[in-house]
Design a protein around this ligand. Sequence first.
Ligand code: FAD
Ligand code: SIN
Length: 531
Amino acid sequence: MKQFDYLVLGSGIAGLSFALKVAPHGRVAILTKKNRAESNTNYAQGGIASVTSKEDSFELHVRDTLEAGAGLCDEQVVRRIVEEGPSCVQELIELGMKFSERQIPDSSGAQELDLGREGGHSKRRILHAKDVTGREIERALLHAVARQPNISVFENHVAIDLITSQKLGYVGPNRCLGVYVLDKISGRVGTFAAPVTLLATGGCGKVYLYTTNPDIATGDGVAMAYRAGASIANMEFVQFHPTCLYHPKAKSFLISEAVRGEGGVLKSVDGREFMDSSHPLKSLAPRDIVARAIDSEMKQSGAEYVLLDISHKSARFIIERFPNIYQSCLGFGIDITKEPIPVVPAAHYQCGGVVTGMDGQTQIEGLYAVGEVACTGLHGANRLASNSLLEALVCAHRAAAGILVESPAPPVFRIPPWQSGDAHNPDEMVVVAHNWDEIRRLMWDYVGIVRTNKRLQRAQKRIANLQEEIQEYYWDFIVTSDLLELRNIATVAELIVRSALERHESRGLNYNLDFPQSDPELTGCNTVLHK
Ligand code: FAD
Ligand code: SIN
């Protein structure tokens, strides 16, 4: 058994920021599924929303966030996170993060932060590093982590399940004691124990067939927390990003909303600017509206994609502002300075998650959750673009500050080693692979951008069958990361479907043809599920 003061599950912006804050006060283990940079954070393009310009104000950022959230944001949380954003961003800059700058107009060549614009924002307020903001964040944070002797990073370590006092049969309040972890290289399962465990495991895009997320995003944190008895809220609000590159060889490549922020226009395959009739902000309308308009356009025309056109801007500007998108598209034979980009919506962000306060505290003592895995009340029924990196940064700071004040004592429970029973090697990996595909496809077909009760019920039945099969596998065979992730995506799929069935209205990202309107009585009502 490995004993630490702090266990951090995940090496994206949430986990790394938290680890750096607590490291001066104790020994920290960061456990991460793949290599240390592999995370949703690493692929973030648009940037971090934060008020830094004189033309902007906290009030406007709060208003835009509340508007996107469609009556389900917690206004107090929104205010705090928006107001604490600039100082946390400043700390990130002091750690070495390099945001893009531009020359101040009419001055003697002095520089200021370049601010991008994205859907639903009334002002330019997105700090970015060209179109590779996440890569630059990971670089800066990992560089700082490497200089911190108190932090050990365990790559290729998959957290299997949280160890809690209740699961071990102890009476009294439920307390998290640590986690069982699969070392993917040795195939062994070990025990990591600590008085504080932080879930920073990110989102669950891989629950859907088409997603902008990398392979790590299998909702492990939500599934583990749910199994451990924590409350999970608002899982019906899955954000579909309107513009993922459509190309047979492109896997999950996002075309940033910043492209539309800089003048990119959505068009049908025959060149019609179909957003004109959908929203006054046209191509820069909030994401739920754009994704639904694209879905409807594709269904009506039978086309497999729509077009995003920025070729009217100068080639110099496009290549300078979006070097990654330009190069990547060019690699697929699309020159975005000359032709439109074929795009489709894809699952992008989990607005719900483990219920926490702004300081990351869950209902289980010693268990904290920060970042995409958590549901703080910031996003409500629809996240405003570029608010997630902000939330992760601010909440990691707040969680660390709260924990350091409390400084929890080490638990005094005896933790048994992982029991693998009489498990033997899986000989039917084809079943695992088949179930993976089945869940992702049925979620895409039945629980996508536009839902109906009938389709949700159909999905629920199939997921229940699959879960039975997965449980058998789980107990019979030695665990592998594929099997662990399959179990988790099945749990998260179940939670999304149950939440969607519980919400008898359309609101924000949850659009159900059987309840096409919002119910004013449900304003402020979260969907909360427990095991
Ligand atoms: P992640 O960065 O996803 O990190 C999760 C970590 O947990 C990973 O290290 C993973 O390996 C690890 N992990 C997961 N499960 C386990 C397990 N069982 N055991 C061990 N480790 C585990 N948001 C913005 O605000 N602005 C943007 O511009 C933006 N662009 C985006 C572009 C793309 C393509 C994507 C996919 C998302 C984007 N988002 C953006 C969303 C944002 O990137 C994420 O919400 C945010 O980075 C989440 O950070 P996180 O630290 O919570 O999780
Ligand atoms: C993007 O660059 O379009 C993604 C921004 C976000 O998800 O917040």
